[in-house]
Design a protein around this ligand. Structure first.
Ligand code: CUA
Length: 187
């Protein structure tokens, strides 16, 4: 038998339902506020670290001019790889890195969002025009790895990839000490 419209039971049920409606409305309002906050705030400031670069003048001056792309070793022995992604290739197309050595990648994109992963390693990053992506990793085994673009960037996406040659550390340092740009072994 159901409660009468004005019985104490009906009154209590209505009261409980109204309270739940208020709680749910509060949760929805909180979630919308979080979406607006993260959308507005993080759109102006992407997560982790932020280093900006002007994609319009990338080729003319600064860190990512063509002469700077590839692998370098500084006076402290720090190995840095600089590369640029564009529709539909990476520059350089082939990268040499030493095995068992910390290698810092610094990369950006000129046109749209690209990304890359090196073989089956955890070297995996997105390249966003206007921002410098960077990470440091070590390669354990020598050999050649494929480095495909992993962000859909247009009709040529499938054909966008580079090679990474992981070479013996001493062999790499000899080549670097000769003052040459470290370049891929011809195949
Ligand atoms: Cu570049 Cu997909």
């Amino acid at each position: 038998m159901s409660a009468l419209p004005h019985s104490p039971a009906a009154h209590a049920a209505e009261h409980a339902e109204r309270r739940w409606a208020q709680i749910v409305a509060g949760i929805i309002a909180l979630l919308i506020a979080m979406m607006v906050w993260t959308g507005v705030h993080w759109a102006a400031m992407p997560p982790s670290r932020v280093e900006v670069v002007d994609p319009r003048t990338l080729h003319q001056h600064g860190e990512f001019i063509e002469a700077n792309l590839g692998t370098t070793v500084d006076a402290q022995g720090q190995v840095t790889v600089r590369l640029v992604g564009q529709q539909y290739s990476f520059t350089p197309q082939c990268i040499v890195v030493p095995a068992d050595t910390p290698v810092t990648f610094r990369a950006t994109a000129t046109d749209v969002v690209h990304g890359f992963v090196v073989g089956r390693t955890n070297a995996n990053v997105m390249l966003i025009p206007g921002f410098v992506s960077t990470f440091t990793t070590q390669f354990r085994q020598t050999g050649e790895l494929l480095m495909p673009c992993h962000e859909y960037c247009g009709t040529g996406h499938e054909g966008m990839w580079a090679r990474v040659q992981v070479v013996d550390r001493n062999q790499f340092l000899q080549q670097a000490q000769a003052g040459r740009t470290v370049s891929c072994v011809p195949r």
